[in-house]
Ligand binder design. Structure first.
Ligand SMILES: [Zn+2]
Length: 499
């Protein structure tokens, strides 16, 4: 069976069989060249590839031509309006191009890159697309992957700038691929203990302070512990800290780390497959830290990353519906449903932060939390629940800029019906089927630091639900290979936390 060391090896790009990406001002040396053609920019490509003039291209989406010119394969694709391209679409386009060459064995692939600014998203798209699940197979005689060149004659004069953009994109892709590899690791291998070991080793690699909280110090966090009662593996809590000189306030970011979620004694039935991915929130946090470190981004303020790890299983000691457990801040929580366990471990992680971190003024949470969010938003958008209007706008902007899109739901306390007749809080709303993804955010908000007199939140709060946007249904889509999640969250988390 794979060990923590084996997983760590897979997280290194040199063991992921990824293509080299460079910038080129000429298309000459490539065996195959992808040429996206946009309605507003037909002339751009005709200038570089005069042979295309005879096709009388318009850039419309229905246009598709494969032709051979001087021993070189040209794949011409109409892409519609350039003005309708988003960062997400650009990223996907280059991923599709790369995988489109899979069936034809070529050594060098070129892709025409209309804008310098696209090189960043092209690099992300290509390295995310290239990650191949065969890295988990026993007979890993890795095929030699083709080299990729992003082509534009203007790159000659701006070689340094474009190389930097590619480098930046490769680092972002490394963060996403870290999240994707951890998500894809089988749950019998990535137990809470092994995952904790992996996180500690990653922190050593990145020179980030990491506290693996001892069992004794976790004793009073009953919500966190209760979730793993039916499992042979204990719950864990890791707190990673990146200080910022002169920073008086602190940000807390909590990522859900359910190594497996069977739904507990109430079960999940046929929805259980792919629940190894229920630790993707925590993995997106790790991906963001990697990107922040490798790209040398500057955090806005001191940031504490809390990763609660647990395994929700059925067993004779497993948590029951009707149980009442005490959170680390003294609130009593009634379990209404054993499958609403993610919010239990996350709320206790917020409590741990309240007990150990001074002056918290921002709390973020990220999790594969609710099926309700998948129903509401599908896989394109992450659902967000934000306590502050301006923060909500920042989050949407971070989503657009990174290509990991975010849609904020309404912030209205009318949604908070997480009431228990016997305890202080219930882990499900009374009408749990209605707007469950928003109600889950309001459950978590009950644990965010408050003014004791007025009850108002003293920290700005935003919760991200990535249950849909990790996109396990769309796996095997043309821009990435089957078997991995989408790597979502790494983009907007990096953007929100840094200057
Ligand atoms: Zn669950």
């Amino acid at each position: 069976m794979m060990t923590a060391q084996d997983i760590l090896k897979l997280t290194e790009p040199k063991n992921q069989n990824l293509p080299k990406i460079s910038a080129d001002s000429s298309s000459k040396k490539y065996d195959m060249v992808y040429i996206p053609v946009f309605e507003e920019a037909v002339k751009n490509v005709e200038k570089v590839f005069p042979v295309l003039k005879k096709l009388k291209l318009k850039g419309e989406k229905k246009e598709s031509h494969d032709m051979v010119d001087g021993g070189q394969i040209l794949r011409v694709r109409g892409m519609g309006k350039k003005s309708e391209m988003t960062n997400r679409k650009i990223r996907r386009m280059f991923g599709q191009f790369y995988l489109g060459a899979d069936s034809i064995k070529v050594k060098k692939i070129g892709a025409f890159c209309d804008e310098l600014g696209w090189a960043y998203f092209a690099a992300i798209g290509i390295h995310v697309a290239a990650l191949n699940p065969t890295i988990f197979k026993s007979k890993t005689k890795l095929e030699k992957v083709p080299e990729v060149g992003l082509i534009n004659p203007q790159f000659k004069a701006r070689a340094t700038a474009v190389r930097k953009e590619i480098e930046r994109g490769i680092n972002m892709a490394e963060g996403k691929n870290l999240m994707r590899i951890l998500g894809a690791t089988p749950p019998n291998i990535l137990s809470t203990e092994t995952y904790a070991k992996v996180i500690e080793a990653l922190c050593k690699r990145w020179k980030v302070k990491c506290k693996n909280v001892s069992k004794k110090d976790l004793k009073k966090y009953e919500l966190l512990n209760a979730v793993s009662e039916g499992s042979g593996h204990d719950s864990k809590l890791l707190m990673l800290t990146i200080p910022v000189a002169g920073s008086k306030k602190s940000t807390v970011l909590v990522g859900k780390g359910l190594c497996y979620d069977s739904g507990g004694v109430q079960g999940k039935g046929s929805y259980m497959k792919s629940m190894k991915e229920d630790m993707s929130g925590s993995a997106s946090v790790l991906g963001a830290i990697l990107n922040i470190k490798k790209n040398g981004l500057k955090l806005k303020q001191a940031t504490h990353f809390l990763l609660p790890l647990a395994e929700n299983m059925m067993g004779s000691r497993a948590m029951r519906a009707d149980d009442v457990w005490t959170a680390g801040d003294g609130q009593l929580v009634e379990v209404m449903h054993t499958d609403a366990e993610g919010r239990l471990v996350m709320s206790d992680a917020i409590c741990y932060a309240k007990n150990h971190v001074k002056d918290i003024n921002h709390v973020f949470t990220i999790a594969t939390l609710t099926g309700s969010c998948i129903v509401a938003l599908g896989e394109v958008y992450t659902g967000a629940v934000c306590s502050d209007e301006i923060l909500a706008q920042e989050v949407v902007k971070a989503g657009k800029e990174s290509g990991d899109l975010v849609f904020p739901g309404p912030w209205d306390l009318e949604f908070d019906d997480n009431n228990s007749p016997v305890a202080d809080v219930a882990n499900l709303g009374e009408k749990d089927r209605d707007a469950g993804w928003i109600k889950a955010g309001f459950y978590l908000a009950r644990f965010v630091p408050k003014n004791k007199k007025t009850g108002e939140l003293t920290a700005k709060f935003c919760h991200f639900d990535i249950a849909g946007s990790i996109d396990m249904k769309g796996n095997g889509a043309s821009h990435r290979r089957k078997g991995f999640n989408s790597g979502v969250g790494v983009g907007y988390l990096s953007a929100i936390l840094t200057k």
